[in-house]
Write a protein that binds this ligand. Sequence first.
Ligand code: GAP
Length: 531
Amino acid sequence: MPATSLDQVVSLAKRRGFIFPSSEIYGGLQGVFDYGPLGVELKNNIMQDWWRANVYERDDMEGLDAAILMNRLVWKYSGHEETFVDPMVDCRNCKSRWRADQIHGQCPNCGSADLTEPRPFNMMFKTAVGPIADADAFAYLRPETAQGIFVNFANVLSTTSRKLPFGIAQIGKGFRNEINPRNFLFRVREFDMLEIEYFVMPGTEDEWHQRWLDDRLRWWASIGVSRERIQVYDVPKADLAHYSKRTFDLMYNYPTLGYQEIEGIASRSDFDLGSHSKDQDSLGLSARVSPNSHSTTRLTYFDPTSNKHVVPFVVEPSAGVGRCFLAVLCEAYDEQMVKPPADEKLAAVSDALAAYLKSAGKSEKISAEAREALVARGEAIATDLPSALPQVESLLAMVGADQIELGKKLRGQAQPLTDEHFRTVLHLRPRLAPIKAAVFPLKRNHEGLVSLAKGIRKSLQSGGRMRAVYDDTGAIGKLYRRQDEIGTPFCLTVDFQSLEDQTVTVRDRDTMAQERVLVAELQGYLEERLV
Ligand code: GAP
């Protein structure tokens, strides 16, 4: 079963080194996160999978890696200087600052309705290029990678001799000075983007828009993001971005957050190439664009069938890697009962939980909001025992939970039972897993076992085809649990039989089934299963 609350995934991601708050030792930086040793592997695997599916496995795509810093004029003519704004309000009472469209007329911090009128806030980060910070040095950190593709359209076309339809894919950082970054990786100020600009003959854009929608849904399913938890939202005309003719937003049902945008697939007409083009008046553009007096290039395509120059229309699938990363973790997350706990031990947890909730419900030490959230979550756990037993830990990590004295007692009852009867497992697609294989010697002080295990790890990892680790820091059962929790699909144990017949035990993460495989055949055995 996937995660039922975002806290479960946040807690695992922090505990196991997927994600760290940026510059944590100095108190962090709001809305910015670092990917730790496991996080960087998972993130890279997701990005590689997207690139493989959208560039290598298609005949109609090229790749690009444009710079983050661009000429300021790009953002003038893209419309971002004028329109990349969110409405911002200030609370006159507590001086906090909010996005007006997210707070329903009341300050979420202090509850006051004494708010300023909304005013536009441009979300692009500003910087200066070069040693003299004058007007000529002014630049932005790009808020999307898309513009790097549009302004390179003529370069890519002339160097690849592509015919329409074709697309350009790009993965790279985007920066947005979000007014209220929140919900872990969901809304941040620096993030990686997966963007495609697909150029088509005018008149064929609706067909291609639908084809990209189908294609993208197939990709999400292929990386384990269930189709049942994605809704396609056909954005109403009144809510469309300035460049869009029609947009499908893919809304993923994140635990705790509910349906939220994970990818936008926009039909952008000839707005982008038209906006960045010179001689706009002669192009017969269908989109309304601002007059461009700076561009040096006509961004057109010569159509050999009609013998005419046309401005291609654009279909744009655009997703954020962080939201994808979060969805993949939520989908893969599972707390599985390995064997049911004894009734009397469970009753002791029930009693401790009831006492804790009673105390939390009356506590003056925490805010009413925190109290309500804590009690609601605790009651949900109480009605779903024993299967919700592992969730006690994330209950105790909630805001204000540490202020309730009976928390220690509850943890003391719940934790040993959880450790004994449950395993947390990430059922990641094996090809996405940060670590593909973990190798253990049955005894860590036996020279022969240790050297064979280390040799296996080294040979699996050499050639760069998979990340493998060696671990001898606990009993085998504990080592299995540790790897299950980070989604390692295969654990390999080297035992005394291995020294005789050159086989090892391979244990499957999902089924927990074990089989013996010849060391010489391990590489092929694993690669066949890393799908
Ligand atoms: N070029 C089109 C474009 O940038 P967008 O809807 O603004 O469209 C695309 O952004 C995707 O980037 C979103 O669907 C979302 O997945 C991700 N995204 C946008 N803002 C984000 C933020 N502040 N934090 C994390 N991801 C974000």
